[in-house]
Design a protein around this ligand. Structure first.
Ligand code: PGA
Length: 250
């Protein structure tokens, strides 16, 4: 029996403070009693407003990015402590858009993961291969390289963390990995966690992300080693995202 899935919505640069509040008010009644760990990642500006209308509902909130320093002259950045003060319990690190559009390196992603965990938040570390890398037969090499960088940095620390496998070719493209594709990558990641002797290796949730929709959520959640879903576009609609949250509970 798998534990209840983690169902996470990454809103990216969508839904400002007002729209985020409105989303949460519409969404919460739709997921009442759903047996899943629900996470929302609004823009940093919308985090406080979204959370303010969530009350003590089971949904929790995270930020999409942080800087690894506590404070200082880093224009445009926010620290882990600031995110925590605004109510975040989780933070993404290494989303492929950060890696590709903002040129974040494996080393920087690892630094962020360490800072997030040291600050008492749960890092949700994203990794995945591009289409060219997949076509060149480099899936295993690429995702294990990305994973190793994080494992090297997190070694010795304590506290929960999560992984998300998000093949870049499936993000925002409508092209979903098959449950078999997801299972293959997730198994590689799980085996590496175990081989490296990572604490709680068998239990660290590994989410799948990339064009998840209400229509494919259940089959992806049923795939071996898939412990949840990280949803972009389809998390912007409360009705559709609630349907995805329900997919794991049948
Ligand atoms: P998508 O995005 O669901 O729109 O493909 C997923 C993600 O980028 O986390």
């Amino acid at each position: 029996m798998k534990p209840p899935p983690v169902i996470a919505g990454n809103w990216k640069m969508n839904l400002g403070p007002g729209a985020a509040r409105h989303f949460v008010e519409s969404f919460l009644p739709l997921v009442h009693g759903v047996d899943a760990e629900l996470l929302l990642f609004p823009t940093t500006l919308a985090l406080g407003p979204a959370r303010s209308v969530a009350g003590d509902a089971r949904v929790r909130f995270g930020v999409q990015n942080v800087h690894w320093e506590d404070q200082g002259a880093f224009t445009g950045e926010v620290s882990v402590a600031m995110a925590a003060e605004a109510g975040a319990t989780h933070a993404l690190a290494g989303h492929s858009e950060r890696r590709q559009l903002f040129h974040e390196t494996d080393a920087e992603v690892a630094r962020k993961a360490v800072a997030i965990r040291a600050g008492g938040l749960v890092p949700l570390v994203c990794l995945g291969e591009t289409l060219d890398e997949r076509k060149a037969g480099r899936l295993e090499e690429v995702i294990l390289r990305q994973l190793n960088a994080v494992l090297d940095a997190l070694e010795g620390g304590t506290g929960p963390w999560m992984l998300a496998y998000e093949p870049v070719w499936a993000i925002g493209t409508g092209e979903t990995a098959t449950p078999d594709d997801a299972a293959e990558a997730h198994t590689l990641l799980r085996n590496r966690l175990v081989a490296r002797g990572v604490a709680g290796a068998g239990k660290i949730p590994i989410l799948y992300g990339g064009s998840v929709k209400p229509g494919n959520a259940a089959e992806l959640l049923a795939a071996p080693q898939v412990g949840g879903l990280l949803v972009g576009g389809a998390s912007l609609d409360p009705v559709g995202f609630a349907a995805i949250a329900r997919a794991g509970t049948g």
